[in-house]
Design a protein around this ligand. Structure first.
Ligand SMILES: NC(=O)c1cc2c(N)ncc(C(N)=O)c2s1
Length: 327
C-alpha cells in the first residue's frame, strides 16, 4: 500500500483512525464473535497501518494493533507481586456440596436468602492484566497467588485482549482477571504440527495454553491462537460494581470476552438445576471447561464474607465429573 504521499501530520491523523477502526473490528471479531468486515478488508487496514508505522516509527503507540504480534524474546520473566492476591477456588462435587456451601454462606452472613451467579469454569491459565488510564501496562500469571511472572509481551498477543479499553473515560486503574485458553480445534491442529516436526505434543489444551503464554519469545505466543475470557477484577480504582453480573457486563463493554451461559439465581436450588443443564452440554463448548463457578452475586456481601488465606468464602467451583475414558 503506497503511503509515500503522506505528510507526518496526515500520517499521525490516519494512524489514529486506523487504530480505532482495527481495534473496533478486533472487538467485533474476537469478543462479540460477529465481524462486520471480511478478513481481506481487515488485512488491508492492518497493512496500511504497518506501512505508515514503518515510515514513521516514532508514531507507534502502545495501543497500536501492530503491538499484538509479539516482541523479541526475553531472557527471563520479571516477577510481579499481586496487590490483590489471585485466590484459588474450593471445590464442590455434587448437589450436597452445593447445599452445604449455601448453608455456610447463610450462616456466615446471617441472611436467609442468597442470590447466586453462575459462570463456566474455563480450563486454562489464570492471568491478571493491569490497565492504567485505559492502556494495557502489564500482564501477569497467577504464580502462587501473590508472586507471578510478568508476561506482558505475550498477553498483548492473546485474542480478545484489548491494548486500550473501549471506553472514553477509563478508570485510573483496573486489573482484569480471566483465563487464557486454547480452543480444542486449535489444540488439535497445533499438536498435529508439532508431531509433524518431531516435537512433543501437549497433553491437553490447558498445558498448551500455559506453555504458549510462558514462552520467552512472544512472537511464538502470537502464533498459538490463544483467547482470553474475563471473569473478575483485582485492584480497581475509580469504578464500583453492585453485583458480579454487573461486573461481567462492564468487562464485556470495555472490550473483553466473558463466559457464555452466565445466569443469576434467586436460590441454590436454581443453581443445582443449572449445574445439571450445563453438565449435559459440557462438550459443546469450543474450549475446555472443567466445571461451573458459583458466586454470591452481591459484591458487598462478597466483601463481608471475605476469603481464607487461599480461597474466597463467596464462591465455589462445581467440578464436572471426570469424563469416562473414550472406549
Ligand atoms: N480461582 C478463581 O477465582 C477462578 C478461576 C476461574 C476459572 N478457571 N474459570 C472461570 C472462572 C469464573 N468464571 O469465575 C474462574 S474464577
Amino acid at each position: 500500500i503506497d503511503v509515500s504521499h503522506l505528510t507526518r501530520e496526515q500520517a499521525e491523523k490516519r494512524l489514529k483512525e486506523l487504530r480505532d477502526i482495527i481495534n473496533y473490528h478486533n472487538y467485533r471479531y474476537y469478543v462479540l464473535d460477529s465481524p462486520e468486515i471480511t478478513d481481506a478488508e481487515y488485512d488491508r487496514l492492518f497493512q496500511e497501518l504497518l506501512a505508515i508505522e514503518e515510515r514513521f516509527p516514532d508514531l507507534i503507540t502502545p495501543d497500536s494493533p501492530s503491538q499484538k504480534v509479539g516482541a523479541p524474546p526475553l531472557d527471563e520473566f520479571p516477577e510481579v507481586i499481586h496487590s490483590v492476591p489471585m485466590l484459588s477456588l474450593g471445590n464442590a462435587f455434587n448437589d450436597e456440596d452445593l447445599m452445604e456451601f449455601d448453608r455456610r454462606v447463610k450462616r456466615e452472613s446471617g441472611l436467609s436468602k442468597i442470590e447466586y451467579e453462575t459462570e463456566l469454569k474455563m480450563d486454562g491459565l489464570a492471568i491478571s492484566i493491569r490497565y492504567e488510564n485505559g492502556i494495557l501496562v502489564r500482564g501477569a500469571t497467577r504464580g502462587d497467588g501473590v508472586r507471578g511472572e510478568d508476561v506482558t509481551p505475550n498477553v498483548k498477543t492473546v485474542r480478545g485482549v484489548p491494548l486500550r479499553l473501549l471506553i472514553d473515560n477509563p478508570p485510573p486503574v483496573i486489573e482484569v482477571r480471566g483465563e487464557v485458553i486454547m480452543y480444542k480445534e486449535d489444540f488439535e491442529k497445533l499438536n498435529n504440527e508439532r508431531i509433524q516436526k518431531g516435537e512433543p505434543p501437549f497433553a491437553n489444551p490447558r498445558n498448551a495454553a500455559a506453555g504458549s503464554i510462558r514462552q520467552l519469545d512472544s512472537r511464538i505466543t502470537a502464533e498459538r491462537k490463544l483467547h482470553m475470557i474475563a471473569y473478575g477484577v483485582g485492584e480497581v480504582v475509580g469504578v464500583e460494581f453492585k453485583t458480579q453480573f454487573e461486573l461481567l457486563q462492564y468487562l464485556n463493554k470495555i472490550g473483553f470476552r466473558i463466559s457464555p451461559e452466565v445466569k443469576v439465581h434467586r436460590d441454590i436450588e436454581s443453581v443445582i438445576v443449572e449445574v445439571k443443564r450445563l453438565t449435559a452440554i459440557r462438550d459443546s463448548f469450543p474450549f475446555g471447561a472443567d466445571g461451573i463457578v458459583v458466586k454470591v452475586n452481591d459484591i458487598e456481601l462478597q466483601k463481608r464474607l471475605g476469603a481464607t488465606s487461599h480461597e474466597p468464602r463467596w464462591a465455589i467451583a462445581y467440578k464436572f465429573p471426570a469424563e469416562e475414558a473414550e472406549t
